[in-house]
Design a binder for this molecule. Structure first.
Ligand code: NDP
Ligand code: HSE
Length: 323
């Protein structure tokens, strides 16, 4: 029976989480995919770095062509981070006939049309469920079972790091820097956490959500964006005294045919459903003209929750591999 061979670009938080799931759930994944799935190659910046996972060091390389040009690899998982060289690697992989799965919202948001067009031109699949909401299957839901709706509004908490920081500042009185350090240690933050705390990561995710839900591509840099880096302990205390919590909110609303969008910290009443979303959890409200209001909730960051979404995409692609 054919074994699907996966090449991992990156073995950091997301790459390791993906590797771990493919290993610990090997049998159920093979059953779901209809064939075994294994990791045949891994790209890292430093192939000699000590890793916390049980991985054969011989499959780790610092040469991207070992994966991108390999004859045996069927699916390339991109978990490097950053727009480049990640986008070029994904495009080269597709041109070499490989399906691509990514968790990289910065690359998807910046090059959305180009990546989808390259996949289509090369007859391969391009999937990016993990790029928004970590383990929450929001993109798949919007693109498949909810496709019969016209959407009018999306509102949500879609960054685990900033929600973790705001929660720790609000509930435990931790200073901003201490809370950020803890989010980094837990593997929630971007390699450069500026993208998290300045709202850039949320803007990238809103670009992807709007492209799928409204069919409109808005560049992330065109979304009015404010992060949480200037939120002080005093702001948090004032909100608390007023029965409110501060949350970093992505919002897009279609009114009279016009789409309005923003990313900014908002003070929400403590009984607002989004005010109860704590730590690295994310929640996304979406309103469709048939289904009405829906709320998706789950872990928005971290190796295993994100790996869960990556592996889901790998399985869906593997099912279609018949050669
Ligand atoms: P990490 O920084 O933990 O891991 C990055 C990995 O990529 C490392 O293994 C690194 O090698 C390798 N790498 C980076 N650049 C290069 C390069 N130029 N050439 C070769 N190898 C390279 O990142 P994360 O796993 O946290 O994030 C990866 C992607 O997933 C990002 O796009 C992020 O936005 C996204 N994401 C992250 C989530 C999370 O919770 N962390 C959740 C959802 C999405 P080495 O190990 O040698 O340094
Ligand atoms: N840095 C991101 C976050 C990772 O904290 O939400 C998940 O996309």
């Amino acid at each position: 029976m054919k074994t699907v061979k996966v090449g991992l670009l990156g073995i950091g938080n997301v790459g390791s989480g993906t590797f771990q799931i493919l290993s610990m759930n090997r049998n159920s994944i093979a059953e779901a995919a209809g064939k075994p799935v294994c990791v045949a190659g891994v790209l890292a910046r430093n192939k000699n770095k000590k890793r916390d996972i049980d991985i054969d060091p011989d499959i780790i390389s610092d040469d991207p062509d070992c994966i991108l040009k390999s004859d045996e690899i069927d699916i390339v998982v991109e978990a490097l981070g950053g727009i480049e060289p990640a986008t070029t690697f994904m495009i080269n992989a597709m041109k070499n006939g490989k399906h691509v799965v990514t968790a990289n919202k910065a690359a998807v948001a910046a090059n959305y049309d180009k990546l989808l067009k390259t996949a289509s031109e090369n007859g391969v699949q391009f999937k990016f469920e993990a790029s928004v909401g970590g383990g929450i299957p929001i993109l798949n839901a919007v693109s498949t079972v909810l496709r019969g709706n016209e959407f009018t509004e999306i509102m949500g908490i879609v960054n685990g790091t900033t929600n973790y920081i705001l929660t720790k500042m609000t509930e435990e009185g931790l200073p901003y820097e201490t809370a950020l350090k803890s989010a980094q240690e837990k593997g929630f933050a971007e390699a450069d956490p500026t993208a998290d705390v300045e709202g850039i990561d949320v803007a990238n995710k809103l670009t992807i959500l709007m492209a799928l839900a409204f069919g409109v591509y808005v560049k992330p840099e065109e979304i009015p964006t404010l992060g949480i880096s200037r939120i002080t302990e005093k702001d948090i205390a004032e909100a608390r005294a007023n029965g409110e919590k501060i949350k970093l909110i992505a919002h897009a609303k279609k009114e009279n045919g016009k789409l309005q969008y923003s990313v900014k910290p908002m003070r929400l009443a403590e009984n607002h459903p989004l005010a109860g979303v704590s730590n690295e959890f994310n929640a996304i409200f979406i309103t469709g003209n048939a289904v009405g209001e829906l709320m998706f909730y789950g872990r928005g960051a971290g190796p295993l929750p994100t790996g869960s979404a990556v592996v889901g995409d790998i399985i869906e692609i593997s099912k279609t591999i018949t050669y």
